[in-house]
Design a binder for this molecule. Structure first.
Ligand SMILES: [Zn+2]
Length: 56
């Protein structure tokens, strides 16, 4: 079975806050708490710059 990978739960490496983001983000995603960049768009699939905790 293939995971959809539509949404992922990540944990900010800086402030340890977790949040759920879209796995194919087309814009920069920032941490809700400390505003550090947690995901960057990269050819349809987001490049995650935080710790991935779970693929939903
Ligand atoms: Zn943060």
């Amino acid at each position: 079975m293939e995971r959809s990978g539509k949404f992922i739960r990540i944990r900010c490496s800086k402030c340890k806050a977790s949040q759920v983001i879209f796995g194919k983000a087309s814009t920069k995603v920032r941490c809700l708490k400390c505003e550090s960049v947690v995901a960057l768009p990269s050819g349809g699939k987001a490049k995650i710059r935080a710790r991935v905790e779970e693929v939903l």
